[in-house]
Write a protein that binds this ligand. Structure first.
Ligand SMILES: C[S@@+](CC[C@H](N)C(=O)[O-])C[C@H]1O[C@@H](n2cnc3c(N)ncnc32)[C@H](O)[C@@H]1O
Length: 278
């Protein structure tokens, strides 16, 4: 099996584990455009690696980071220098220094600061408060940016720049409606919205009305569509999937979420790829 390309950004709901399943499922016209309005870490885009793509996210820092890589402004060397410089100060200053970097980021909005925070915060989470300030706490490891970890992140940046360089990819910071509306009949739309009823603290919120509007637009676009969504766990069934997506073909895969170290804390979750029948 192909190895999965792991991106430099982490986020809630990252699809690294089900990328092989997604790649197997997607059947796209080689002349068509890959449309992905909830890009997140970019792990699906980088692994599907289509020739043409229009991708977007409401999170402007993710988009700025990948644009910077695409334009050759953010390189593995630039990332290494940045992480080594701030990593060394973090190992001396600990949590106080980390908060200084977070405050600085909330002023300067620099994607390199975002990368630093994302790779040293609690669980690689992304969350902003109502004022738009990043507010995830520190992972509490002052030696987080040890040499091997910095090298790992730089290698991830190098891999992404290698994949991006010969592609016709457009990265935008916009809402999902704008991106889906660009899809034409030969295109392929991959949807991975925030989950209803689970953690929705990405940027802003994901209300039921938006989830319903997404289902309507996915049905009315002429393009093929594949949606990632959870179907059920041991406690509940996702009624939204049944109510709004039952005419799509559901392909299922079991996925384990680890909460804590104990075996008993492994919670199975059935993930669905719902594909339009065209
Ligand atoms: C489940 S995550 C996508 C994860 C991604 N597939 C991955 O594997 O990394 C959902 C993404 O939708 C973005 N998002 C949330 N609300 C949005 C909105 N209204 N418009 C556009 N993007 C939005 C979030 O910033 C987040 O990156």
């Amino acid at each position: 099996m192909d190895t999965v390309i792991v991106p430099p950004i982490k986020c809630q709901g990252i699809k690294t584990k089900i990328v092989p399943f997604i790649k197997q499922t997607v059947k796209m016209d080689p002349e068509g455009t890959w449309i992905e309005p909830f890009l997140g870490s970019g792990v699906v885009l980088f692994n599907v690696a289509p020739k043409k793509a229009i991708v977007s996210d409401k999170n402007s820092y993710i988009i700025a980071l990948y644009r910077g890589i695409q334009q050759g402004e953010i390189t593995p060397v630039v990332v290494r220098d940045f992480l080594e410089y701030h990593g060394e100060r973090l190992s001396k200053g600990g949590a106080d220094y980390w908060k200084e970097v977070r405050n600085e980021f909330n002023q300067n909005k620099d994607p390199l600061y975002f990368l630093f925070l994302n790779r040293s915060d609690f669980n690689g989470m992304i969350r902003f408060n109502r004022k738009g300030e990043f507010n995830v706490p520190f992972c509490r490891k002052p030696d987080r940016f040890a040499k091997a970890y910095v090298t790992k992140i730089c290698n991830q940046v190098a891999k992404v720049s290698e994949i991006i360089k010969d592609k016709d990819w457009e990265f935008s910071n916009c809402d999902w409606q704008t991106t889906i509306k660009k899809a034409t009949q030969k295109d392929y739309v991959y949807l991975d919205p925030p989950y209803i009823g689970r953690d929705t603290s990405y940027v802003g919120e994901w209300p039921q009305s938006e989830a319903d509007e997404l289902a309507d637009l996915a049905h009315s676009t002429e393009a093929n569509v594949c949606l990632s969504m959870w179907k059920e766990n041991e406690f509940r069934f996702n009624d939204h999937l049944k109510d709004k997506w039952s005419d799509f073909t559901w392909l299922e895969q079991e996925h384990f979420y680890h909460i804590g170290a104990k075996e008993s804390n492994r919670h199975p979750m059935i993930e669905v790829l719902a594909v339009k029948r065209i």
